[in-house]
Design a protein around this ligand. Structure first.
Ligand code: IPM
Ligand code: MG
Length: 356
């Protein structure tokens, strides 16, 4: 089993280091190889996703990814910005299926900004299509407007698009995931305004007919954003496009108290996957040893389950994370009165110990 470790920028190196320690403690046979990505790679070699890093990722069974990005790169040309590394990996590896679970751990019910009764026991899974939509649609760019409100004015444009097979395959992923849990899929669209998402809705409905055991409903994205804070427990599996999924998954993450707790998996059709915390590089707290490593550690658990066929090892990690929360250990992002404040490394060590 080959794992490519791409720590990236900001808090990325600190949090991946803890996840790597946990992986190494499992007594499984891994080859772990590290490579630079994002701003770190740009500094080292002038490109956020160097050839060697891409090749390492392509040849690995799974990728453990930290985070990329820093405000100091905002002025670079777009192809050189750190974010292009993650977008490039998604594109080159065909990682179309993004799993973003939002689980509210019992001990963190009070860390949520919502009332405890709204989030206690929350367990939703956002499945975001990750290689299509307005993120990758061509053409895009700047030009002179020929029509609209200001003909002759400078304008920028992007293209929202989905092909039938792209929608079908992510719909199958969602229905199959729902079969293993609450048997309910909510497809989120904007069919009342956008052609692309009327098509999305039609295709998801068709695919749904092959899954009579799964209940399907449809929701406009604006309403979904509202329902997520009004009654989040009404959702089981949410499936949506790339851009809506980007936004709704950040919103859902906060229901659980901290984005620092949420792992994610991005899979292709060969079950090769990239595993990363749902949060970003947090340059404001980088290097201080206070970042929460649990999302990355839980991403390593998802990696064991989805790409490496080691479900028992995944269970062990997840149980260890629950155990350290039960011990009252908290990084600052999830700290509350009466609990013990710890740093990144102490949290990692505690998980190691709890692995038993
Ligand atoms: C995410 C991030 C990325 C995205 C950025 C860093 C390109 O926000 O993974 O959600 O928009 O997909
Ligand atoms: Mg995002």
């Amino acid at each position: 089993m080959n794992i490519a470790v791409l720590p990236g920028d900001g808090i990325g190196p600190e949090i991946t280091a803890e996840a790597v320690k946990v992986l190494k403690a499992l007594d499984l046979k891994f080859e772990l190889e590290e490579a630079p990505v994002g701003g770190a790679a740009y500094e080292a070699s002038g490109h956020p996703l160097p050839e060697t890093t891409l090749r390492l990722a392509q040849s690995a069974d799974a990728i453990l990814f930290g985070a990329v990005g820093d405000w100091k790169y905002d002025k670079l040309d777009r192809p050189l910005r750190p974010e292009q590394a993650i977008l490039g990996l998604r594109k080159h590896l065909g990682l179309f299926a993004n799993f973003r679970p939002a689980i509210c751990y019992e001990q963190l019910t009070h860390a949520s900004s919502l009332k405890p009764e709204l989030v206690a026991g929350l367990d939703i899974l956002i499945i975001r299509e990750l290689t299509g939509d307005i993120y990758f649609g061509q053409p895009r760019g700047r030009r002179t407007a020929v029509d609209g409100h200001f003909p002759g004015a400078e304008e920028a444009f992007d293209t929202m698009r989905y092909t039938r097979p792209e929608i079908e395959r992510i719909a199958h992923v969602a229905f199959q995931a729902a079969q293993k849990r609450g048997k309910k899929v909510t497809s989120v669209d904007k069919a009342n305004v956008l052609e692309t998402f009327q098509f999305w809705k039609d295709v998801v409905t068709e695919v749904g007919q092959q899954y009579p055991d799964v209940a399907l409903d449809h929701m406009y994205v604006d309403n979904a954003a509202m329902q997520l804070v009004k009654a989040p427990k009404r959702f089981d599996v949410v499936v949506t496009g790339n851009m809506f999924g980007d936004i709704l998954s950040d919103e859902a993450s906060m229901l659980t108290g901290s984005i620092g707790m949420l792992p994610s998996a991005s899979l292709n059709d060969k079950k090769q996957g990239l595993y990363e915390p749902s949060h970003g590089s947090a340059p404001d707290i980088a290097g201080q040893g206070v970042a929460n490593p649990l999302a990355t550690i839980l991403s390593a658990a998802m990696m064991l389950r989805f790409s490496l066929n080691q479900p028992e090892a995944a269970d062990r990690i997840e149980a260890a994370v629950k155990a350290v929360l039960a011990q009252g250990l908290r990084t600052p992002d999830i700290h509350s009165p009466g609990t013990t404040r710890v740093g990144t490394r102490e949290m990692g060590e505690a998980v190691l110990k709890a692995l038993g």
